[in-house]
Structures are given as structure tokens and as C-alpha cells.
Write a protein that binds this ligand. Structure first.
Ligand code: NAD
Length: 510
């Protein structure tokens, strides 16, 4: 092992027992949650979770902080976010290592995730001077119209285990420059990374004489604290990242109180490989997309449609590339694939393989659980399955490294199958033919929120709006104009005449 775990925890302020609620102070008196490392199934540390009453304490400080924070000018809020970005830079290696310890992705990807946080902080700093509203011409003389964007209030952030810190930062950095304060409920599988981020951010607020409750935390049971949060009418926006099952529940509850949601849910991402493509690039892109993060990215490549002319050649290349994947401790240099998050994830992978076989699939390689080498039972061999058609199991998101290969002989047919799944997150086509590429990107093409040419489905940059259609939830986060979801729009009309003309020329009582 190339890192000293105790040192990493110490550097990030993680103790053997931690509190799960933060509103400027740390507290908690609920159930004790153990953070288990998927690397060896051993406990890293514990967290005393917040109760629903303690959620109230967190909320009330976050609300107070909002009254103060909204008065801080946008660019000054940007300066605070810049300093948080600096804090993340200073802790990049340690925080990246903690992501690896707690989530199991390889250290290079753990550090990459922290880099993504730094990138979005930088983006938010620039944005803090660019939250533009439009001005309009009024139809009435000596009137002026314009729109402004105001902060929303205290917002809720719910995040998934697989990007335990990046997802928070996509929301938190943007929401902060928008003037919102926030309460973050991280995944119960990755509480320590959340505590570490919280400490980095809190220090910056305190150093600047501001309330650290701008960015608050509540680690609590999903069924109690999570449900309380989504039912809480005082939270105008819930940004929730996770499974489609969770998103349907959050959408229903928050929609029922006419609150707003940003839903970032499951994907079932595909690559279409034309017979006009660079096979070396395709193989590398599929390998990274399907095996990277052990297939536990929302944008992981799960389906590949291959033109029949190159099917056998690409299949062979992929099977051979899969044999080279070094599986092992994700902290070791040279490891390409670490463990799955837990035994349940391994079981659901095994179940999906059995199901795929019963639906006519042929396993070309992988799928075995590496129980002997890794007794914790979290390590598997990535699996490729050849499918005769896009049967039910191929239409489901199995959060594991299973790749389904399907053959096609014309692009229309491939596009049709590509879109014939419930999810709509990320998609890609490999082709050097401009007609095929433009078709894929057009309104007749991919129905996903992300559509790429000659790069794979995973590894999005923060500059674009991130999210997907259909059962992926429709939300957008990170770059472009995603910030608008964290603010309320106000249209203003100012009359600087001495008359009171009505719109549409209406005469009323004059
Ligand atoms: P999950 O749905 O099990 O949990 C996600 C979060 O939702 C956790 O914090 C959980 O406690 C919370 N939650 C669940 N039910 C809730 C409820 N009723 N009220 C309040 N909170 C509730 O997901 P997971 O296993 O952690 O993550 C994997 C899933 O997330 C995959 O489906 C993946 O595709 C998806 N994901 C999507 C994106 C995206 O941007 N589209 C990004 C990352 C992960």
C-alpha cells in the first residue's frame, strides 16, 4: 500500500468516532454508522448520525446563515469559493486517497474527483461575476423592464456513493455563489469524505468571519432524516443524485409540495461503433468507459452496438484488452480496477449475469468473484456478454462492470435500439463519417443529455451542463447555465414617467 491511512485521516481531521451533523458545530446523537472500506471490508471509522430533531438544529442555523450570506455581494461570495478551491488543492492527495479508501475507485480517479471539485470551484468564481439577467424593451413609454436572479434560500443536496465528493461540489460551489445556503445529506456508504469536505469548507467561512452553516451537513438515516428533508417545505430546491428508484420518490414528494428538484439519476449509456472508426481509439474508450471506476459511474459504458463488418475484430480486441486489466487494491499504483462498493453490488452483478444468460446472452469473459485473492468478496472480473438482442436485462442499469455487445447492420437500426431504453444520460458514436456523426447529434439521433463523437460516454468536463433525459431525471448540473436552477428569476418593471399607462393599451377608470 502506497499511503499511510492513519496519516490521511489525521490530515483531514477524521477521528475514529465522528459526529454526523454540522451547523457551525459538530454534533449527533443518533444511530452509529460504520464507514466500511470496500478495499478490505474493514471499518475505517464511525459516525454518530443526526436524529430528525438534530436536522432541525442544522436547518435553523442554515436559515440564519442565509440571511447573512445573501447580503454578501456575488463576487465576494466567489472569493470565498475561490478559497475553498485552494483548500481542496492543498488536500488533493489526502482527499483523493480518502475517496479511494471509502468508495474503492483507484487513487488516480480519487484525485481526479478532487480535481473536478477544484475545477467547479474555479468555474463558480468566474460565474460569481456573470449571473446575468436580461433587459427588455417595455411597450410603455418611459418604462424600463429587466430581470434579476435572486438566491433561493436553504437548499437540500442528496448525493450518491460513487462520486461522494464531486457531486456535492457541483451543487455546493454553484449554489454558494448564487447566494444559497445548503444542507448536504451524503450517501451513508461514504460519510467520511463528506465530513472531510465539510471541514475544509468550514475553515474558510470561519477564517473570513462568516457563518460556516452556509454549507451544512446532515448524516442521518435515509428513512428518517432523508425523508424529513424531502418533505421539508422550507427547502425550495432538492438536488438529488442517485438511483432512478430514489429519484422517483424524491420527485413525487417534492413535486407534491410544488418544490423544485434537480434529479440526476441512473444511466444506461451506449456507444455505437460504425465501420468507419479508429479501432484502437474505440477499444481504449470502451475499456475506460466500462471498466473505469469498476463500472460504477452513472456514465459508465454498458452497451456497445457494433457494425457487423467489424464486430468480430472489435470483440476480439475487447476480450484481449479485458485480460490485461489489473484488478486489486485501488491504492496500489498500476491497479486499473478496484472493488465494487459492497457484497450487495457483487450479488446484483451475479444476478444480472445469470439473467443475461437466461435471455440468450453468451459470456465472453469475466464475471467471476475473486473470493480467494480478496476474502472480503468485493472484487470481480469485469465481464463482457454478447447479446442476441436488447432484452430486458440490457435495458436495466446494473451498477457493475458488465458490458453488453450487440451487432447491427445499419445506423438507423442501431440508433433505434440505442434510444429504446428508459434512461437517457450519456451516449457516444465512433465514426469518421461526417454524415453519421451529424445524424447521431441531430434531433433524429441520440436522445441523451450527453452525446459525444469519437470519445466515450464517461469522463464529462465540468464546463458543460451535466444530466440526462427520461428516467435519468432531466436535471442539469455544473457548467453552462445550470446555475439558474439555484436561483429565482424576478421580472421588474419600473415606471419613470408621471403617467400610469396600462399594458396592452387597456383603459381602466380614466
Ligand atoms: P441510491 O439511490 O441508493 O442513494 C443515493 C442517495 O439518495 C443516498 O444519499 C441515499 O441515502 C438517498 N436516498 C435514497 N432514498 C431516499 C429518500 N427516500 N429520501 C431521501 N434520500 C434518499 O444511489 P447510490 O447507490 O448511492 O448511487 C448509485 C446510483 O446513482 C446509480 O443509479 C447511478 O447511475 C446514480 N448516479 C447518477 C448520477 C447522475 O449524475 N446522473 C451521478 C452519480 C450516480
Amino acid at each position: 500500500m502506497s499511503i499511510d491511512t492513519a496519516k490521511v485521516l489525521e490530515n483531514l481531521g477524521i477521528q475514529s468516532q465522528n459526529y454526523g451533523a454540522f451547523n457551525g458545530e459538530w454534533f449527533g446523537s443518533g444511530e452509529v454508522l460504520e464507514s466500511i472500506s470496500p478495499i478490505d471490508g474493514k471499518k475505517i471509522a464511525t459516525v454518530v448520525q443526526a436524529t430528525t430533531e438534530e436536522y432541525e438544529k442544522v436547518y435553523s442555523e442554515a436559515e440564519k446563515a442565509f440571511k447573512e450570506w445573501r447580503m454578501v455581494p456575488g463576487p465576494k461570495r466567489g472569493e470565498i469559493v475561490r478559497q475553498i478551491g485552494e483548500g481542496l488543492r492543498a488536500h488533493k492527495d489526502d482527499l483523493g486517497a480518502l475517496v479511494t479508501l471509502e468508495m474503492g475507485k483507484i487513487w488516480a480517479e480519487g484525485k481526479g474527483e478532487v480535481q473536478e471539485m477544484i475545477d467547479i470551484a474555479d468555474f463558480a468564481v468566474g460565474l460569481s461575476r456573470q449571473m446575468y439577467g436580461r433587459t427588455m424593451h417595455s411597450e410603455r413609454p418611459l418604462h424600463r423592464m429587466y430581470e434579476q436572479w435572486h438566491p433561493l434560500g436553504v437548499i437540500g443536496i442528496i448525493s450518491a456513493f460513487n462520486f461522494p465528493v464531486a457531486v456535492w461540489s457541483w451543487n455546493a460551489m454553484i449554489a454558494a455563489v448564487c447566494g444559497d445556503t445548503m444542507i448536504w445529506k451524503p450517501s451513508p456508504k461514504t460519510p467520511l469524505t463528506a465530513i472531510a469536505c465539510q471541514k475544509i469548507a468550514a475553515k474558510v467561512f470561519v477564517d473570513n468571519g462568516l457563518s460556516p452553516a452556509v454549507m451544512s451537513l446532515v448524516i442521518g438515516e435515509t428513512e428518517t432524516v432523508g425523508e424529513k428533508m424531502i418533505h421539508d417545505k422550507r427547502l425550495p430546491l432538492i438536488s438529488a443524485t442517485g438511483s432512478t428508484r430514489m429519484g422517483k420518490r424524491v420527485g413525487e414528494v417534492v413535486g407534491g409540495r410544488l418544490g423544485r428538484t434537480i434529479l440526476e439519476l441512473g444511466g444506461n449509456n451506449a456507444i455505437i461503433v460504425s465501420n468507419n472508426s479508429d479501432m484502437k481509439m474505440v477499444t481504449r474508450a470502451i475499456l475506460f468507459g466500462a471498466v473505469g471506476t469498476a463500472g460504477q459511474r452513472c456514465t459508465s459504458t454498458r452497451r456497445v452496438f457494433i457494425h457487423e463488418d467489424i464486430y468480430d475484430e472489435l470483440k476480439e480486441k475487447l476480450v484481449s484488452a479485458y485480460q490485461q486489466v489489473s484488478i486489486g487494491n485501488p491504492l496500489d499504483e498500476g491497479t486499473l480496477m478496484g472493488p465494487l462498493i459492497d457484497n450487495l453490488a457483487v450479488q446484483s452483478m451475479q444476478d444480472a449475469i445469470t439473467e443475461a444468460k437466461s435471455q440468450g446472452g453468451t459470456v465472453l469473459c469475466g464475471g467471476e468473484v475473486l473470493q480467494e485473492d480478496f476474502p472480503c468478496g468485493n472484487y470481480v472480473k469485469p465481464c463482457i456478454i454478447e447479446m442476441p438482442n436488447q432484452s430486458q436485462i440490457v435495458q436495466d442499469e446494473t451498477f457493475a462492470p458488465i458490458l453488453y455487445l450487440l451487432k447491427f447492420n445499419n445506423i438507423e437500426e442501431a440508433l433505434h435500439s440505442h434510444n429504446a431504453v428508459p434512461q437517457g444520460l450519456s451516449s457516444a458514436m465512433f465514426t469518421t463519417n461526417v454524415l453519421e456523426a451529424e445524424t447521431f447529434l441531430s434531433h433524429m439521433g441520440s436522445d441523451c443529455g450527453i452525446a459525444n463523437i469519437n470519445i466515450g460516454t464517461s469522463g464529462a468536463e465540468i464546463g458543460g451542463a451535466f444530466g440526462g433525459e427520461k428516467e435519468t431525471g432531466g436535471g442539469r448540473e455544473a457548467g453552462s447555465d445550470s446555475w439558474k436552477a439555484y436561483m429565482r428569476r424576478q421580472t421588474n418593471t419600473i415606471n419613470w414617467s408621471k403617467e400610469l399607462p396600462l399594458a396592452q393599451g387597456i383603459k381602466f377608470g380614466d
